[in-house]
Design a protein around this ligand. Structure first.
Ligand SMILES: [Zn+2]
Length: 286
């Protein structure tokens, strides 16, 4: 636990985004958080300074709300939020060098290769660096160990936050999703209330109900059936376990069990990261 809390204070001052030309063969896979690096860690008071050295990854299964927390945290720390899905969409809608190649892959329903994703990601990291920033939160990447290895060769990830939610809550949450067929609003009709037992506390997640004028227009996504949701989770768990292990072995993994809905989880997450939301209050008072 002591190592973990020190790890959370490990804000590097010299982290830079290395050249994208790093060949895979040059990647030093043994590089991990050394004791020396951990002991030289220091808390940084200024939030701008702190944000500079945040190079974090958010992991979590589909439906866990990873994007929500990654976006909130990136706003709080004033760092870029980088979601690979957004990178692909942006490239597709641009006339960038990869857009036609990407369109072909997407239209054929094929998987986008690691190389393309890494290429888009490196471009974004270079843009961030060009603005004199270094901090970012990665959302939805890496998905495989190979991607994690490539990423290690490109930049220095300081912390990997693995968001977890009890499976019964997760399934109920996915099955409760509704979209308004008229305005496209996202809602959730599931009211999750799991009794505490065996030392685990009660979990309560209220529904996110639509306003009256959307109520009659709600639809369910065709792939939000119990069978599909469970299969999605199985595939995710199978693929993500080695990625979690990769970061655990490097002393970078922070497991975070979501205790409930957003307000409760957000507070606990900030505590786990040694971040106070008094920064919110301070900036509100300023
Ligand atoms: Zn609506």
């Amino acid at each position: 636990m002591a190592v973990l809390s020190r790890l959370m204070l490990r804000f590097r001052t010299s982290s830079t985004i290395r050249s994208f030309c790093t060949k895979y063969s040059e990647i030093d896979l043994t590089r991990a958080a050394s004791a020396e690096a951990l002991s030289s860690a220091r808390p940084v008071e200024d939030s701008k300074e702190k944000g500079r050295n945040v190079q974090w990854v958010f992991l979590g299964c589909p439906g866990v709300g990873k994007g929500t927390y990654a976006v909130r945290l990136s706003k709080l720390l004033v760092v870029s939020h980088i979601a690979t899905g957004d990178l692909v969409r942006q490239e597709l809608s641009s006339d960038g060098p990869l857009s036609s190649q990407l369109a072909e892959i997407v239209n054929q329903g094929k998987l986008i290769s690691d190389e393309i994703i890494i290429n888009l990601l490196s471009k974004r990291l270079e843009e961030i660096q060009a603005k004199g920033e270094t901090g970012f939160i990665l959302d939805g990447f890496p998905r495989t160990v190979r991607q994690a290895e490539i990423l290690e060769g490109v930049t220095d990830i300081g912390l990997v936050i693995n968001l977890k939610l009890r499976e019964e809550a997760l399934i109920a949450k996915c099955l409760g999703r509704r979209i308004c067929s008229e305005c496209g609003g996202n809602y959730n009709v599931a009211c999750i209330d799991i009794k505490g037992e065996d030392g685990s506390p009660r979990m309560y997640m209220p529904p996110l109900l639509p306003p009256p004028n959307c109520e009659s227009k709600l639809i369910t996504r065709s792939d939000d059936t119990e069978e599909v949701v469970k299969e999605r989770l199985r595939v995710y768990n199978e693929k993500s376990r080695p990625v979690e292990e990769f970061y655990r072995a490097r002393g970078k993994l922070l497991e975070f069990d979501l205790p409930g809905g957003i307000p409760e989880s957000w507070t606990k997450l900030l505590q786990a990261l040694n971040l106070d939301d008094h920064e919110d209050k301070k900036s509100a008072a300023a």
